[in-house]
Design a protein around this ligand. Sequence first.
Ligand SMILES: Cc1cc2nc3c(=O)[nH]c(=O)nc-3n(C[C@H](O)[C@H](O)[C@H](O)COP(=O)(O)OP(=O)(O)OC[C@H]3O[C@@H](n4cnc5c(N)ncnc54)[C@H](O)[C@@H]3O)c2cc1C
Length: 580
Amino acid sequence: MVDTSVSFMRSLCMGVIEEQIVLPFPRVQDEQRETLRTVIESIRQLLGSKETDFAAWDRAGEMPKEFIEQLKEFGLFGLIVPEEYGGLGFKSTAYSRTLQEVAKYDASVAVTIGAHSSIGMRGLVLFGTDEQKQRFLPRLATGEMIAAFCLTEPGAGSDAAAIKTRAEKDGDDWVLTGNKLWITNGGIADFFTVFARTGDESGKVHMTAFIVTRDMEGVSVGPHEHKMGLRASSTTTLHLDSVRVPEQNVLGPLNKGFKVAMQILNNGRTGLGGGAIGGMKRLIEMSTQYANQRQTFGKPISEYGSIKLKVGQMVVNCYATEAVVDMVAMLIDQGYEEYAVEAAISKVFASEALWQAADEALQIAGGNGYMCEYPYERILRDARINRIFEGTNEILRLFIALTAMNDVGSQLQELSSTVKGIFDDPIKGFGVMRQYAMKHATLVTGYPRAKSRFTLVDPLLREHAAVFEDATRHLAAAVDRILRKHGRNIIGKQLASRRLANIMIDLFVLACVLSRVNSSLAERGAEGAQRELDILKVFANQVQRRVRHAFSLIDINDDELIKGVADYAFEQERFVWDNI
Ligand SMILES: Cc1cc2nc3c(=O)[nH]c(=O)nc-3n(C[C@H](O)[C@H](O)[C@H](O)COP(=O)(O)OP(=O)(O)OC[C@H]3O[C@@H](n4cnc5c(N)ncnc54)[C@H](O)[C@@H]3O)c2cc1C
């Protein structure tokens, strides 16, 4: 019996390896495989011949309406809508795989579909009442209505709790007033999941999610924003001028909008992850073809070690990204409740792996890579946003680390009254940590000795499993050491948190790669899985080196020095040295 309340990473920070969560490696469910194959084939047919169009739409900064109609006809707006409402009913695994396919051709198209399904209407799927679903899902499935997610405002990006859009009760309606910024699909959407401030009787400020439709009086959108990348995808402002929203359009629990927003983002992360994988697979194809045909000094550049290093790393990172994104999708599909840390890890890893791949692919193409005639620069521009939206990677790293530290703090019985709960919502919780009882912070005893090894992996993988197990032992100790070192100041010690987050990211991704290779070994045997074994070996060695380095910096580092250098720059607001 699987306990779906357990989180692999949160347990790992306590030194416990819940291997049954990540083993065996997930596969697409049988009942969705056939549909998925058909969808992938139709995506190839629809997008495969449009490279010139995508380049032109990027330059023009717009996607033609007729093309959006085609996306609707191909059913691409109904991916996650349950079948009873006319959609394909894809779970996270199949959804992520579909976005991967779309992203191989064009990121603007992937984001248009992704913003609709990953975040725009996900709140309705997750929290909607039967009546709300009945009212909107059939139209969202066909694309008659396109959805958008509206949280960000001019004064509230990462600090989402600072939104100013207000919702005030007036009779049976809510009246919404405010401005939303950078809303993906804003120009083409009819269905908006809008977050606004609501207060309770005690005067406390909360947030609530509402369904707003374009036909409501007082709803308007600004002009199409010109962006660095994803230029063909629609991004606009959304203005709400005393918009009357009926009570039946409250989405999810009243005053729990922050949790609703976070759950939508967590649940939708495999869309972004799938898109990143698609981008990387395309880049690998482009780079290998280019390097095989481009000759310098009488040889194809693919024969040079410097180029092999780039391509090899792209392949390793792509394999690892697919492993972690698929694993998170499986956690969601199997009904795990605690996957926010794992989902955040997959977003950070995927977005950075894609960025690195786009940068290296451009480098392999040399001067051609810089020319707009080739797609490299567009892919690079498109890729950049992934580290910023759906939670910046800085904020997500803090979330990952602070969740771990909260758990460890809570484990210490004597500490629990002082520490527990402060990170219930780590993003909102900055600055609220109270007195931390440093003298009690010792984790020397009390850790379970059981579940400290991978027992379900093939003996051929023992060496790599040992790398993971060794790092895990250090991880719990590291969390403790960081907490003891910084005490109640930990929230202000972002570089220490970042270090811990990086260790956690590496370890979770390694667990996923280990699991993926383990399944390949079982299916194809050692010979059939030889290349994957090599990938695992490279990745495990890299993780081992990075993690060792990160551990070594917990106590001895230049954190204060480099912050001092930055503070001086902030004071001067310029670079002061000149060697004339
Ligand atoms: C193309 C595009 C599409 C978008 N689509 C949508 C959408 O559909 N719906 C929607 O609601 N929003 C959308 N956004 C908004 C996006 O989610 C925000 O830009 C993002 O959350 C970051 O907020 P910000 O831009 O205000 O940056 P800020 O919050 O001002 O952050 C600036 C920098 O400071 C860092 N930072 C901030 N606070 C901290 C901290 N406490 N500790 C350490 N570092 C910190 C950030 O990581 C970042 O590097 C979109 C943005 C873009 C560019």
